[in-house]
Write a protein that binds this ligand. Structure first.
Ligand SMILES: Nc1ncnc2c1ncn2[C@@H]1O[C@H](COP(=O)(O)OP(=O)(O)O)[C@@H](O)[C@H]1O
Ligand SMILES: [Mg+2]
Length: 401
C-alpha cells in the first residue's frame, strides 16, 4: 500500500466568518477518504492561536474553552524551519529543555477558511513561502478576489457584465465622490472586503448612501457604491479544472431569500438554525448546505444557463484561480438581465452540494481528492529554480546545496 497523504485541515481564524469556517472544516474532515489520507484538524482561534487534537473533530467542543484546550496541543508553523524529510511540520509550542515538543507532519493544507485571514491570500502567502501545497487559489488569485473592486475590474476586462460600481475608501471625500456618481438611486452599498452580507444594504437616496458608507467604514476600510439590481434573483455556480485539465461547472443554484437580499441569516441559519443542527459531523444539512435553494432553476433557459457557465469559466481562467470557487451572479427577474457579482474562492461547505447536483455528479470526497492533487502538482510546477547559472558562473560557490 502506498503511504497515505497527510492533510492538515485549517479552519476558524480571526475572521467574521470564523463560525461558518468551523462547520466547513468539520465537513471536510469527515469527507476525506481515510483510506487515502491521514487527516488532522488545525483550529485557529479568534486570537490567532493554532491548536490541534482529536477533540477538535467533535462539534460539541466549540468554541474550545480553557479546560478543553488542556486536551489540545498548541502548534505553530516555523517559517524557515518547517520542512523535514520531504514533508512539513507543525511543532508544539512551548516544548522545553527536558521535553521535546510533539510534531505533526503534513504534505498539504486544506484551508477551510472564509473571509479575511485565509480566503484572502494571507495564509496562502505564508504557506507558499515554505513551499507548502495549499488547496485553492494562490496568493495572487486570493488577494485579488477578496477585493470586490479589483474582482469587478477583472470581470469587466474578461468580458463579463458588471453593475456600475464606485469605490470609496476611508479618508476619501465621500460627499465629493457621491456628487460624481452618475448612476441613479437607489444604490447598493457594501464593504469592499468583508463577506456574509455584513454591512451591505440598499440606500434609497444620496443622503442614505452617505449614511450607508459611514456604516461600512465602521466595519471595513473601503465601501462599494453600486447600481442596485432591482427584482433581484441570484444565481451561483462553482467551477473547477478537472483531472483532464478541462474547466467544468457545477449545478447552478438559485438561493431562496426571505428579505430583500440574501443576508447572513438566510445564508447560514435557515433550515432550522444553528442550535437545531444535529451533532453528527458531516451531516448533509449543515451550514451553507442547509440554506434553502433551487438547483438548476427551471426558469433559466438554455441560453442564459450556458452564458452563466461560460462567464464563470472565463473569469476562473482570467484570475488564475484554482480549487473549486463559487461565482455569484445577480439577475433582474423582470428583464432577465444578468451581472457578475463576486467570486468566493473557498465557499461555505466548499459548495459540495452544487457538485453533487452537477450534470455529471462529483461527490464531496472526490472533489477533495481532485483539489488536493491539483494543489500538490501546482506547487511542484512552481518550484523555484534556485540558481539559474551553472556553478562555475555563479558569484558564490554552492557547497553542499
Ligand atoms: N448591486 C447589487 N444590487 C442588489 N443587491 C445586491 C447587489 N450587490 C449585492 N447585493 C445583495 O447583497 C448580498 C451580499 O453582497 P455580496 O456582494 O455577495 O457580498 P458578500 O456575500 O461578500 O457579503 C448579495 O448576495 C445580494 O443579495
Ligand atoms: Mg455574496
Amino acid at each position: 500500500m502506498t503511504e497515505r497523504v497527510k492533510v492538515a485541515v485549517v479552519f476558524g481564524g480571526p475572521s467574521s466568518e470564523h463560525d461558518v469556517s468551523i462547520l466547513t472544516g468539520l465537513q471536510v474532515l469527515e469527507a476525506l477518504d481515510p483510506a487515502k489520507y491521514e487527516v488532522f484538524p488545525v483550529y485557529v482561534g479568534l486570537d490567532g492561536q493554532w491548536w490541534t487534537g482529536d477533540a477538535l473533530r467533535n462539534r460539541k467542543n466549540y468554541i474550545p474553552d480553557a479546560a478543553l484546550k488542556r486536551e489540545l496541543v498548541r502548534v505553530s508553523l516555523n517559517i524557515g524551519a518547517s520542512r523535514e524529510g520531504g514533508r512539513w511540520l507543525l511543532r508544539e509550542v512551548g516544548g522545553g529543555l527536558l521535553k521535546r515538543g510533539k510534531t505533526f507532519a503534513f504534505d498539504v493544507v486544506i484551508p477551510a477558511l472564509h473571509g479575511t485571514w485565509g480566503e484572502d491570500g494571507t495564509l496562502q502567502g505564508v504557506l507558499a513561502s515554505e513551499g507548502i501545497p495549499c488547496v485553492g487559489g494562490n496568493v495572487g488569485a486570493m488577494g485579488l478576489t477578496i477585493n470586490k473592486m479589483w474582482t469587478t475590474g477583472a470581470a469587466a476586462s474578461a468580458g463579463l457584465p458588471v453593475p456600475a460600481t464606485m469605490y470609496v475608501a476611508r479618508g476619501q471625500d465621500v460627499a465629493a465622490k457621491l456628487d460624481a456618481w452618475k448612476g441613479t438611486y437607489p444604490v447598493f452599498v457594501k464593504p469592499n472586503y468583508l463577506g456574509s452580507s455584513i454591512g451591505a444594504r440598499v440606500a434609497k437616496d444620496r443622503a442614505d448612501a452617505e449614511q450607508a458608507v459611514a456604516e461600512v467604514f465602521r466595519l471595513d476600510t473601503a465601501a462599494l457604491v453600486q447600481r442596485c439590481i432591482g427584482n433581484l434573483v441570484e444565481y451561483n455556480v462553482a467551477v473547477r479544472r478537472n483531472r483532464k485539465g478541462q474547466l467544468e461547472t457545477s449545478a447552478i443554484e438559485r438561493p431562496l431569500r426571505v428579505g430583500e437580499s440574501l443576508d447572513f441569516k438566510d445564508k447560514y441559519l435557515s433550515g432550522g438554525g444553528l442550535d437545531k443542527l444535529g451533532n453528527k459531523l458531516g451531516a448533509a444539512r449543515e451550514g451553507m448546505a442547509s440554506a434553502t435553494r433551487v438547483l438548476n432553476p427551471p426558469e433559466l433557459d438554455a441560453a442564459r444557463d450556458g452564458q452563466i457557465r461560460n462567464w464563470a469559466k472565463a473569469l476562473f481562467e482570467a484570475v488564475d484561480m484554482a480549487g473549486a470557487p463559487r461565482l455569484d451572479f445577480l439577475c433582474d427577474e423582470a428583464t432577465g438581465e444578468i451581472w457578475f457579482n463576486e467570486i468566493n474562492p473557498l465557499p461555505g461547505s466548499f459548495a459540495y452540494f452544487l457538485w453533487e447536483g452537477a450534470q455529471e455528479p462529483v461527490g464531496f470526497s472526490e472533489l477533495l481528492d481532485d483539489i488536493i492533487l491539483e494543489a500538490r502538482s501546482r506547487m511542484r510546477s512552481h518550484a523555484r529554480v534556485v540558481d539559474p547559472v551553472a556553478n562555475g558562473g555563479a558569484i558564490f560557490r554552492k557547497r553542499g546545496v
